[in-house]
Design a protein around this ligand. Structure first.
Ligand SMILES: [Zn+2]
Length: 207
């Protein structure tokens, strides 16, 4: 069977299984959504937010991109953030990176940032990621191939992106208006299935 045909078949089975156990399982969501959390994560196929958190329908509002990057120039990301914070009034934003992230590994392999000379969106993205990690990568010296080095860079990358997230006007304005909004920075370990919290802030007081 074509893999997409298989997906459709599994969808039909999933839908009928839930309706059999709970006739209003889907219809009760028709009126609208009230997710408590915005998930910002990597597009990696192994880091599926609803699966790894066991989320129910309507809990997570989700945006994913390569290497979970935060950029004010990213209109898609910024519109998701505005809608989540200003309209849906989510009370949490999870920024989730993951060990073994291809974007971070590609940045590590780059000799140096190609900057604007990069010739396609993917290269520009990896180049921007590399720029944010320049200090961490040069601090490694020659020893750049061990898995624990890559893991540390994934965490450093998350810290860089977390700082950018905190500094965004939409987040600062929410905090300025006393809106309840907690930011969580975490890393998913593909090998163990565990989500590890690295940092958390709800505005003025760090935890
Ligand atoms: Zn990734």
């Amino acid at each position: 069977m074509n893999p997409v045909e298989s997906l459709f078949a599994r969808n039909r089975s999933w839908a009928s299984r839930h309706v059999a156990g709970d006739p209003s399982f889907f219809t009760r969501h028709i009126a609208g959504q009230k997710p408590h959390t915005l998930w910002l994560g990597c597009s990696d196929s192994r880091v599926a937010p609803e699966l790894l958190t066991g989320s129910r329908i309507g809990e997570l509002f989700v945006h994913r991109n390569i290497a979970n990057m935060i950029s004010q120039d990213d209109e898609s990301l910024m519109s998701v953030l505005l809608y989540a914070v200003d309209v849906l009034n989510v009370t949490n934003i999870i920024l989730c990176g993951h060990y073994g992230c291809g974007g971070v590994l590609a940045a590590l392999k780059m000799k140096e940032s190609a900057g604007l000379s990069a010739c396609n969106p993917l290269e520009r993205r990896v180049s921007a990621l590399r720029q944010g990690l320049e200090a961490d990568i040069s601090g490694l010296g020659g020893c750049q191939c061990h898995a624990d080095v890559a893991d540390k860079l994934v965490e450093a990358h998350l810290r860089v992106q977390f700082e950018r997230l905190q500094a965004l006007p939409v987040v600062q304005q929410a905090w300025g208006q006393q809106q309840s909004l907690t930011l969580w920075g975490c890393v998913f370990d593909i090998g163990s299935g565990q989500l590890k919290e690295l940092m958390r802030t709800h505005g003025r007081t760090e935890e």
